[in-house]
Structure formats: C-alpha cells, structure tokens
Ligand binder design. Structure first.
Ligand code: SF4
Length: 144
C-alpha cells in the first residue's frame, strides 16, 4: 500500500475555492500522476494540506513546518498538485527542500491530468484572479 499526502496551492484552494476534486478523482481512477503506481498496489490518501502561502524571504521554512501535518502521519509520497506544478514559481525549490528534509518520502510533482496546456491553465487562472471584484474599500468609500 502506498500512503499518499497531497500538497495544494493556497492560491487555488483558499483564494479560488478549489476543492481538490480533480486531484482526488484521478487518485481514485489511478490516472494522471497516480497511474505510475503499480496496478496491484492500493493507494491510501493520508491527508491534504495547503501551502502556507508564498514564501517571502523565509524560503521553504514555512512549508517545512506546515508539511508536518502530513509527514507526522507517515506517508510514502507527497504529491504536489497540478496547480502547484503549473502556477508556483517555487516548485523546484520546494521539491528539493522536502527531499532533503524527508529523504524517505518520495516527492512527486503532479496529481491530475489536464485537458489544457499549462500555459492555457495559467491564462485562465489569471483571468479568474483579475475579475472585477468589490473590496471593503469600495463599500467604505461607497463606490458603485
Ligand atoms: S508558494 Fe506556490 S504553492 Fe504556495 S501559495 Fe505561492 S504559488 Fe501557491
């Protein structure tokens, strides 16, 4: 049995409301990055945790602290979600930091397969972020 943890991007989950449904669907179907596990090996999802946010000058330290929410429960692999793969400029650094901190855990970049190219995905996510949205200042200043 492979015990799996999933790390998601907080821009996708917290800001854009992604429920990780596509990642979990492909885990159940053993598709996308989960197709690489041997067919007879059961996959056990141990936990999902979101990145603590873009790292500023603290580098990977925030993530190394946060990821204990999964590693403390014993996992064989941590999968970075498709959105991290496509969106996060720190993917390579995070992968290296986790591999150094947890040498017994396999770090896999990817979860579900995508119908879009990464460039198309990034373009669509950018449009979501840039929608005309009201903020508190609009209410306080009574802008329409
Ligand atoms: S550091 Fe990467 S994974 Fe974390 S919130 Fe920022 S873009 Fe998302």
């Amino acid at each position: 049995m492979a015990r799996i943890g999933i790390l998601t991007c907080s821009n996708a989950t917290q800001d854009l409301g992604c429920s990780s449904a596509s990642c979990l669907a492909d885990l159940r179907k053993r598709a996308g990055a989960f197709a690489k596990y041997p067919s007879g090996e059961p996959l056990d999802l141990v936990g999902i945790i979101n990145c603590p946010g873009c790292p500023t000058l603290t580098g990977a330290d925030k993530l190394l602290q946060r990821i204990r929410g999964i590693t403390e429960f014993g996992v064989d692999a941590i999968h970075f979600t498709y959105c991290i793969k496509a969106l996060c400029p720190f993917t390579g650094k995070y992968r290296k930091a986790l591999a150094e901190a947890f040498p017994d855990i396999k770090v896999v970049v990817g979860t579900h397969k995508s119908r879009l190219t990464e460039e198309e995905f990034r373009g669509r996510v950018k449009r979501l972020f840039c929608q005309d949205k009201k903020i508190m200042a609009d209410m306080v200043l009574k802008k329409k």
